[in-house]
Design a protein around this ligand. Structure first.
Ligand code: C5P
Length: 220
C-alpha cells in the first residue's frame, strides 16, 4: 500500500534536479521538482506585478495560482494557468526573487499541502521528490532520504556549464546569495537524523544516479 517516497534535498547547483529525474526514470517512479512550484509562484507573482516584499500580497497571490506540473520524468513540464512556464521559471529574474516567496510560512504550508496530494495521487509505485525540506518537512517518513551535496566550486562549474557558460562571478554571487537566504528558512546543508549524505564532488553524473538508485534498491 502507499507510494514509496524517495526524498532528496540539497543546495542550489547540487545537481539534484537532473539526478533525481534520471533516477526516477531508471526506477519507473514519478518525479516531483518542488523548487519548480516555488519558481512557478514567483513567475505568477511577477506576471501579476505584486509586491514581493509584502508577505500579505504574496499570500493573496496564492488564490489565483493555478499550477500544474507533470510528474512523468520523461515528459517534464510546468504550467501556470494556460501558460507553459517550463523554460521561463529558470530565468535569472526568477532565481533572484524566488527566496522572497519561499520564506513566507503560508506559502510553504499551501505548497506542502499541494505536494502531499501530488505524491499520494502520482499513480506509480514510487516517486522521487526533490527540494530543500523534503527529508525534514514534506516527507520525513520516507523510506529513502538523501542529502545531495557537492563542494561549492564544483556546484558552480556544473551550474555554469548548464547555463551555457554564464558569467562565473555573477553566478557565484547569485547562487551563494540564494543559498544564504534559503538557509534562514530551512537547513539543507546538514543531514537530519537518518538522512544519508551523498557527496557528488568526485562523482560524475551517471555515478551519482547509480548511487541514488542503489540506495533505493537497498530499501524499496
Ligand atoms: O530547487 P530550486 O533551486 O529550483 O528551488 C528554487 C527555490 O525554491 C529555492 O531557492 C528555494 O527558495 C525554494 N525552495 C524551497 N523549498 C523547497 C524547494 C525549493 O524553499 N523544497
Amino acid at each position: 500500500h502507499g507510494v514509496s517516497v524517495v526524498a532528496v534535498d540539497g543546495p542550489a547547483g547540487s545537481g539534484k534536479s537532473s539526478v533525481s529525474k534520471a533516477a526516477a526514470r531508471r526506477l519507473g517512479f514519478a518525479y516531483l521538482d518542488t523548487g519548480a512550484a516555488y519558481r512557478a509562484l514567483a513567475w505568477h507573482a511577477l506576471d501579476t506585478a505584486i509586491d514581493l516584499d509584502s508577505a500579505d500580497a504574496v499570500v493573496a497571490s496564492l488564490h489565483g495560482f493555478a499550477y500544474a506540473i507533470s510528474l512523468d520524468p520523461a515528459d517534464y513540464g510546468v504550467r501556470v494557468g494556460a501558460t507553459d512556464v517550463t523554460e521561463a521559471i529558470r530565468e535569472p529574474r526568477i532565481s533572484e526573487v524566488v527566496s522572497k516567496i519561499a520564506r513566507v510560512p503560508e506559502v510553504r504550508g499551501h505548497l506542502n499541502t499541494l505536494f502531499g496530494g501530488l505524491i499520494a495521487g502520482c499513480g506509480r509505485p514510487g516517486i522521487v521528490v526533490e527540494g530543500r525540506d523534503i527529508t525534514t518537512v514534506v516527507a520525513p517518513e520516507a523510506p529513502v532520504r538523501i542529502l545531495l551535496t557537492a563542494d561549492e566550486a564544483v556546484r558552480l562549474s556544473r551550474r555554469s556549464a548548464e547555463l551555457g557558460g554564464a558569467s562565473a562571478e555573477a553566478l557565484a554571487q547569485q547562487l551563494s546569495a540564494r543559498d544564504r537566504q534559503d538557509s534562514k528558512v530551512v537547513d539543507f546543508m546538514t543531514a537530519a537524523d537518518g538522512v544519508t549524505t551523498l557527496d557528488s564532488t568526485h562523482l560524475d553524473f551517471d555515478q551519482t544516479v547509480d548511487a541514488v538508485v542503489e540506495l533505493v534498491h537497498r530499501v524499496v
